[in-house]
Design a protein around this ligand. Structure first.
Ligand SMILES: CC(C)(COP(=O)(O)OP(=O)(O)OC[C@H]1O[C@@H](n2cnc3c(N)ncnc32)[C@H](O)[C@@H]1OP(=O)(O)O)[C@@H](O)C(=O)NCCC(=O)NCCS
Length: 174
């Protein structure tokens, strides 16, 4: 039977119930070598704490979090940062697009991004920005989804093992 994928926006209570599942996805991405803020070694407890901080932001309406479920299992997530300076109320930022390695290349990130853009628009956002590691799968995804590439910042961040990586900045009008 075909896999059933579902994207859900998690309010802070639902998010609190999914902290371990979200942490497992984040740890898997870091172990897999993704440059997503954190350095190796990175523990489940550290990942859980990171999502606890996100839950507090969601509770205050400062960001929203989406989770992707495949046959009921949480396999991916993305956030939209809604809080912005007073002179940029129309701008949001995409953060932490993560799909567990076991669920990749099935279109789950694309579903997450399409829903993130729709949710941001429903929140009154007309402009989104993001940055991502240059040359990885995510960069191709954003190009396919109609994001405009601003350019590359060399050596912007580190991979979990300490190697430097370049970052590409994108924007999209909604
Ligand atoms: C980037 C990331 C989120 C993509 O997740 P994903 O769910 O695999 O993404 P998609 O399935 O939508 O697309 C990935 C690839 O699978 C392909 N694909 C999608 N559905 C497919 C299907 N049914 N059959 C075969 N291939 C498929 C896409 O065309 C794409 O191909 P490409 O890599 O050659 O461009 C994931 O690799 C990840 O979590 N990476 C680590 C964290 C990271 O770097 N996040 C970005 C931070 S900004």
């Amino acid at each position: 039977m075909a896999e059933q994928n579902e994207i859900r926006r998690l309010a802070s209570t639902a998010l609190a119930e999914q902290l371990d599942a979200l942490a497992a996805v984040l740890v898997d991405c870091v172990v897999g070598g993704a440059s997503v803020r954190y350095m190796a070694p990175f523990s489940h407890e550290e990942a859980r704490a990171a999502f606890e901080a996100v839950a507090a932001e969601v509770e205050h309406g400062r960001r929203l979090l989406l989770a992707a479920f495949a046959d009921g299992d949480l396999v991916g997530t993305v956030q939209v940062i809604l809080a912005a300076p007073p002179n940029q109320p129309h701008r949001g930022e995409i953060a932490q697009l993560l799909v567990h390695r076991s669920a990749r290349r099935r279109g789950i990130a694309q579903l997450l991004m399409e829903r993130a853009e729709a949710e941001a628009q429903a929140e009154g956002k007309t402009l989104l920005v993001l940055d991502t590691v240059t040359g990885d799968a995510a960069e191709r995804l954003y190009g396919r989804l109609g994001w405009t590439r601003v350019g590359v910042i060399p050596g912007y961040a580190l991979y979990p093992d300490g190697r430097p990586c370049d970052t590409t900045v994108f924007w999209k009008s909604l």
